[in-house]
Design a protein. Structure first.
Length: 158
């Protein structure tokens, strides 16, 4: 369980940040992650209080967990996302599996002015041509590789 920080002013406008109750915001965030097409998004519960979202759920893959956390954090008005998701065991893993059996957790990167996926890939992997790896990891939140913005948090797969 961890708390991820996000740029509160950056991101998609899902609600009017000056009004709205946490119950409405929680429901709108749940609707948002379902609308962008994250399969299994119905398996999580979201609670919003004071600009922070707490996400909980069980049996969710590492990849889906990361996408849900980033999709919620990249909403204007959210400054942090508390991860209380219990991930699913890796397919075929024994009950006594170790953390090495599961897909490694990705890193997160906050876009700054002047960034492109190629520039980020060069910095992260040493090869600008690896930008599609980052793009694929951030689908469906990204519809085009050139549609990133300062303050946006991206998943950087290992």
């Amino acid at each position: 369980m961890s708390l991820l920080s996000f740029v509160k002013e950056a991101g998609e406008k899902v609600w009017d940040t000056l009004s709205g109750h946490s119950v409405d915001q929680s429901a709108k965030l749940k609707e948002h992650i379902q609308k962008i097409g994250l399969p299994g998004a119905d398996k999580v519960d979201i609670n919003v209080a004071d600009g922070k979202a707490t996400v909980s759920g069980d049996n969710i893959s590492q990849e889906l967990k990361e996408k849900i956390l980033v999709a919620i954090g990249n909403v204007a008005g959210i400054s942090g996302v508390e991860d209380k998701i219990n991930p699913a065991a890796a397919p075929g893993a024994a009950q006594t599996s170790t953390a090495t059996d599961a897909k490694p957790a990705s890193k997160f990167y906050t876009v700054v002015s002047g960034d492109t996926l190629s520039k980020i890939a060069k910095a992260q992997y040493g090869n600008a041509n690896e930008y599609m790896k980052i793009f694929e990891a951030n689908k469906p939140m990204l519809s085009q590789p050139d549609k990133i913005y300062p303050g946006q948090t991206l998943i950087i797969p290992q």
